[in-house]
Design a protein around this ligand. Structure first.
Ligand SMILES: [Zn+2]
Length: 302
C-alpha cells in the first residue's frame, strides 16, 4: 500500500472510497511461489491485487535493461539515429544477459543468477533501475485496482476469459474497453506532483515500460491482442497521454520507446532491425519511432 500512497490525491480518494465500500482489499498479495511468470491480476473473490515475486524480478530486469540500453544508445545517437546494432557494444552483453534471464522466467523459474545485478547493489545503474521500477509497479497496481473498482459487475466475463473459453465479439469488445479504462486510470493516478517536467516524464516512462514488459512475453512479433487491445496500440495510447513538451524529457521518452520496440524485434528476429536500418538514418527519434510502429502494424497484418 505504500506504493499507492505516493500517488495523486484524487486517486488516493478514489482508492480509499473503494476500500471503504469493500470493493478492494487494502492488502496486496505477493505470490512467493517458485513458479514461472504470472502477470498481475485482480482477484474479484478476495477483492485483492495479486502480484507475483517471479514477475517482479522480471520487471526489475526489464527496467535494468532499458536503462542500460538507454545510456548506450544515447552515446551512439550523437553520431546518427539508426536502428540499434546489437553487436556493436560490449556493454550490451551485460544488459541482454539480464533481460534474457528475465524472459526465461516466463517458462521456468530459476534463481537469481550470478552476474545479474540485484536491487540492493550499491551502484548508480541499479539506483536508477529501482526508481523506474517503482513507477512501473505503481502503474500496474493501479491498472489492477481499476478492474476491482470499476469492473466488478463483469467478473463472470473475466472468469470466462481466464478459463480460456471462446468469447463472442461483443464480449471481446467489452474486455478491450475494460483494459483501456484500466490503463487510463492507472496513468492518471500515478503522479506525485502536478504533472510537469520530470514527474510527467517518469510517469510516462513507467506506463510505457509496463506495456513493453507485457510485449516481451509474447511468443511472436505479432502484437495483436484479441480480448485485450493490441499491444502496440496500448503503447501508443500511453505515449499520447504522456506527452511532455519540455526538452530533454520529450526526447528521452521517444528514445526509450524506440529502444524498447527494437529490443522486442531483436528478441524475435534481427531481420526486422535490418529492415529498419536499411531505411535509415533518421532525422529524429520520432521518425524512427513511426517507422517501428509501421513495421509492427505490418507484422500484425501479415
Ligand atoms: Zn487488465
Amino acid at each position: 500500500m505504500e506504493t499507492f500512497e505516493l500517488s495523486n490525491s484524487a486517486a488516493n480518494q478514489t482508492l480509499s472510497d473503494a476500500i471503504r465500500r469493500g470493493l478492494i482489499s487494502p492488502r496486496v498479495f505477493i505470490d512467493p511461489a517458485f513458479e514461472p511468470i504470472k502477470t498481475p491480476r485482480a482477484d474479484f473473490n478476495r477483492k485483492e491485487i495479486q502480484l507475483q515475486a517471479t514477475h517482479l524480478s522480471y520487471l526489475w530486469a526489464v527496467c535494468y535493461t532499458m536503462i542500460g540500453l538507454y545510456e548506450i544508445t544515447r552515446k551512439t545517437a550523437e553520431l546518427e539515429i539508426q536502428a540499434l546494432k546489437v553487436n556493436d557494444f560490449p556493454e550490451i552483453d551485460q544488459v541482454s544477459f539480464v533481460i534474457n534471464w528475465g524472459i526465461r522466467q516466463n517458462t521456468m523459474r530459476t534463481i537469481w543468477p550470478d552476474g545479474v545485478p540485484y536491487p540492493s547493489l550499491e551502484d548508480e545503474h541499479v539506483k536508477a533501475t529501482n526508481e523506474l521500477f517503482l513507477f512501473v509497479i505503481r502503474y500496474l497496481m493501479y491498472h489492477e485496482a481499476a478492474h476491482l473498482i470499476y469492473h466488478y459487475s463483469s467478473f463472470q466475463l473475466v472468469a470466462k476469459q481466464s478459463r480460456r473459453e471462446v468469447l463472442s465479439d461483443d464480449e471481446k469488445r467489452r474486455m478491450r474497453n475494460m483494459e483501456v479504462q484500466a490503463d487510463e486510470f492507472a496513468f492518471d493516478s500515478v503522479v506525485l506532483f502536478p504533472s510537469e517536467g520530470p514527474m510527467q516524464y517518469m510517469r510516462a516512462l513507467g506506463a510505457i515500460i509496463a506495456q513493453l514488459s507485457s510485449l516481451y512475453l509474447l511468443s511472436s512479433a505479432n502484437t495483436k491482442g484479441g480480448s485485450h487491445p493490441d499491444y502496440d496500440d496500448r503503447i501508443k495510447r500511453a505515449l499520447k497521454k504522456g506527452t511532455v513538451d519540455e526538452e530533454p524529457y520529450n526526447t528521452y521518452i521517444h528514445l526509450t520507446l524506440v529502444i524498447g520496440i527494437q529490443v522486442f524485434l531483436h528478441l524475435h528476429d534481427d531481420k526486422y532491425l535490418d529492415e529498419i536500418r536499411a531505411n535509415g538514418p533518421y532525422e529524429t527519434f520520432e521518425q524512427l519511432e513511426a517507422e517501428l510502429f509501421n513495421l509492427l502494424e505490418r507484422v500484425k497484418n501479415q
